[in-house]
Design a protein around this ligand. Structure first.
Ligand code: AMP
Ligand code: MG
Length: 355
């Protein structure tokens, strides 16, 4: 199959809407990451998403809408869900609600709930309006790769697998939406994102955070969100997070880089803008200012993809406090590292006492 990449002109949007109505797949930009869409109510079209991504069938999809009237055919809402929609839609917030029977099992992976979001990106909004269908759309990457934040990332993963990519430039937020389960007594953040815990609590009061956001699932633990079971966002090289006081971290990054060079590896560091000059001999990838988590979020996936393009096999990264958007950054970075971390002090002490 030939994959076309088109700017979102009126003609391209019409073509995209026609493809979606005909049961085909279209990749399109949203404010979070690029999505790979199919008609959510077409049970013959949805499996194509899983096949082209290599996505496990038990990982459910997010349904995208442009008008709240579409909710009637999809799910049951409640007061808190309506308040969050009022406050954050259109925007990077996905709500999990009890499903209605019209939603195919393939979309929900057989669960009794469905995930719904109204994106704010103008191209996504125009496309959803043009086809006037609820569109099931996970991130438009091959499963296990970092989510795509440019049309080129999508093309790199999906060339030959889908007929059309709408190119709307690079995505603003750069991390996937916040996912909140609204189906229980207390709303629970299953995946942190651009809409933070504090922002949600300002509207509806107490919200909990799923335990597995900052650590791996325990073998006996059921995943509240099936996607949490899978390795995600991982570059081919091993990522190690380096924690501790600022000066120690910078010194430890330089030392770990040097040790990796000596052992014949091709290492690099991921560091904040503030430390890029001090680490200039360590192949630094500047992930943004440590005072600006939104900038780090915006750059993270592109950086992770570049590490693969450059053939890096040992990557040492700084960390940020898991607060606000920093929680979303650390969730993705933690998973990219398989939650492998070292204390900067221990690294420096081991070097000082080495024979
Ligand atoms: P993606 O679209 O690739 O960003 O992934 C969607 C995420 O939403 C995955 O982590 C899914 O596991 C999660 N998700 C979708 N539907 C549900 C649901 N009904 N219950 C819990 N998690 C869900
Ligand atoms: Mg994804």
């Amino acid at each position: 199959m030939k994959t076309q990449v088109l700017k979102p002109t009126d003609e391209a949007l019409r073509l995209a809407a026609d493809l979606l109505r005909a049961g085909q797949l279209v990749a399109f930009p949203t404010e979070t990451v690029y999505g790979l869409g199919a008609n959510a109510l077409d049970s013959a079209a949805v499996p194509g998403i899983f096949a082209s991504k290599g996505r496990p069938a038990d990982n459910p999809l997010i349904v995208h809408i442009h008008d709240r009237k579409q909710l009637d055919g999809l799910c049951r809402t409640n007061d808190n869900a309506l308040k969050l929609m009022e406050a954050f839609w259109p925007g990077p917030l996905t709500l999990i609600m009890p499903r209605k029977p019209a939603v195919p099992d393939a979309v929900t992976a057989g669960l009794e709930t469905v995930a719904v979001r109204m994106p704010s990106h103008p191209v996504a909004a125009q496309l959803l309006k043009a086809c006037d269908l609820p569109i099931a759309a996970p991130s438009a990457n091959r499963s296990g790769k970092p989510s795509p934040t440019t049309a080129k990332h999508v093309f790199d993963d999906m060339d030959g697998r889908i007929p059309l990519i709408l190119d709307g430039g690079s995505c603003d937020v750069g991390l996937e939406s916040t996912v909140v389960d609204m189906s229980g007594d207390v709303p629970c953040i299953l995946r942190p994102g651009g809409v933070t815990k504090a922002m949600l609590e300002a509207v509806i009061g107490d919200v909990t955070v799923a335990g597995s956001v900052l650590r791996p699932l325990r073998p006996d633990e059921t995943a509240l969100s099936p996607g949490m079971r899978y390795k995600h966002y991982a570059p081919t090289g091993q990522v190690t997070l380096v924690e501790g006081d600022e000066d120690d971290v910078v010194a430890a990054l330089a030392l770990l880089h040097q040790q990796a060079v000596q052992s014949g590896q091709t290492p690099c560091v991921m560091c904040f803008t503030e430390h890029a000059a001090a680490l200039r001999d360590c192949h630094p990838h500047d992930i943004g200012s440590r005072d600006n988590p939104a900038e780090v979020a915006h750059r993270l996936f592109d950086t992770l993809r570049r590490l693969d393009d450059e053939g890096m096999d040992a990557i040492f990264s700084e960390v940020m406090p898991p607060e606000g958007v920093g929680l979303a950054v650390m969730n993705r970075l933690g998973r990219a590292a398989g939650f492998r971390s070292v204390q900067a002090r221990d690294v420096l002490r081991a070097e000082a006492t080495a024979p």
